[in-house]
Design a protein around this ligand. Structure first.
Ligand SMILES: *Cc1c(COP(=O)(O)O)cnc(C)c1O
Length: 335
């Protein structure tokens, strides 16, 4: 068991469910879902787990201000702002781009949690982050820097612990998952979630495969980042001599027109999950990853008697942000 300092934020364990109607509709492998969209912090999502360890570290350092960064509809920024409010930190978010006319979705929630938003505008986001951190430090506000996506070894170790959580749920009376799933499929971006899961898999002797569907990076760029982070997490928990590389699989065939651009794949998949299972996906991460998974099922990548666990990472409030709300409502009017 991983025992590192953390504060309790997330509602754990998150539920594992079978998706029976979707599985039989596709006539392929049995599909299960791990509901990390239900982690409980301000509409949930995978960042709640990372923040449990990151906030413990921030407290240990005597921090009073949390600084992080992300895209305009960042789920990580929203959950960090919520955690800051809950634990009495000031929160500064360095957000890519310039201030829009209207605020919606996660950006609305960032404001609701009273986060201070600094727009990177034409400046490179990382230089702006550096500038804001130094300024806040000089002003004596005791800042603590949380990296993009919460994805350093402190944040991402939470997903090694999450893997232990999954293991403990297998073959329990209240659960329909009776053995290790052959595949775990998830949306991957900064790679922290996948790196943590891979370490958890090595730690617990998982025999299946973990497939990250990339939402923004090419495989050749992302795999080395995941390996490097997984090795750092491994050393934090003293996991020695493991070939973590062999456990990492990334698919970059579903990038479409790029990060955050919702196309037919995402919109149709969101609709399928909603209408077959009453499960909500998001247009940036899980809609793309689940869309890739369904396409791979149709292509016959998985054997019919295998099981897949889709690790739902959250993101659902983005559905109500522009342009996604408009794209989705247009689709539903014409479908
Ligand atoms: C951040 C995020 C991811 C990606 O997690 P990484 O650890 O950055 O790879 C996936 N899904 C959702 C909804 C997210 O907010």
């Amino acid at each position: 068991m991983i025992k590192l300092p953390k504060i309790n934020i997330a509602h754990l364990p998150t539920v594992v469910e079978l998706l029976p109607r979707l599985s039989s509709k596709l006539n392929g492998p049995k599909i299960f879902i791990k509901r990390d969209d239900q982690t409980g912090l301000a509409f949930g999502g995978n960042k709640a787990r990372k923040l449990e360890y990151l906030l413990a570290d921030a407290k240990a350092h005597g921090a009073r201000t949390l600084i992080t960064t992300g895209a305009i509809q960042s789920n990580h920024c929203r959950q960090t702002a919520a955690a800051a409010a809950k634990f009495g930190f000031k929160c500064i978010l360095v957000v890519t781009g310039k201030e829009p006319q209207n605020i919606s979705g996660n950006l609305l929630l960032d404001n609701l949690f009273r986060a201070e938003i600094v727009w990177s505008d034409l400046t490179d986001r990382d230089s702006m982050l550096d500038f804001v951190f130094k300024k806040t430090w000089k002003e004596g506000q005791r800042p603590y820097l949380i990296p993009y996506g919460g994805s350093n070894e402190i944040g991402a170790v939470s997903f090694a612990a999450a893997f232990e959580e999954l293991k403990s749920q297998i073959n329990q009376v209240d659960n329909s998952l009776i053995q290790d799933p052959d595949w775990i499929v998830l949306a991957t971006s900064s790679g922290g979630t996948q790196a943590g899961l891979v370490v958890g898999a090595a730690l617990t002797g998982y025999k299946g495969k973990i497939l990250g569907i990339s939402v923004d990076k090419k495989q050749s760029e992302l795999i080395p980042e995941i390996i490097s982070l997984a090795n750092k997490i491994g050393s934090v928990i003293h996991l020695n001599n493991q070939n973590l590389e062999a456990l990492i699989e990334v698919n970059d065939q579903y990038l479409g027109e790029g990060y955050g651009i919702a196309g037919k794949l995402e919109i149709e998949t969101i609709t399928t999950f909603a209408q077959e299972e009453g499960v909500l996906l998001d247009p940036v991460y899980t809609g793309r990853a689940a869309g890739g998974m369904l396409d791979l099922i149709n292509q016959g990548k998985f054997d019919k008697n295998e099981t897949i666990l889709f690790w739902h990472t959250g993101g659902t409030p983005v559905m109500f942000a522009e342009p996604y709300r408009e794209i989705l409502s247009k689709y539903l009017r014409t479908a």
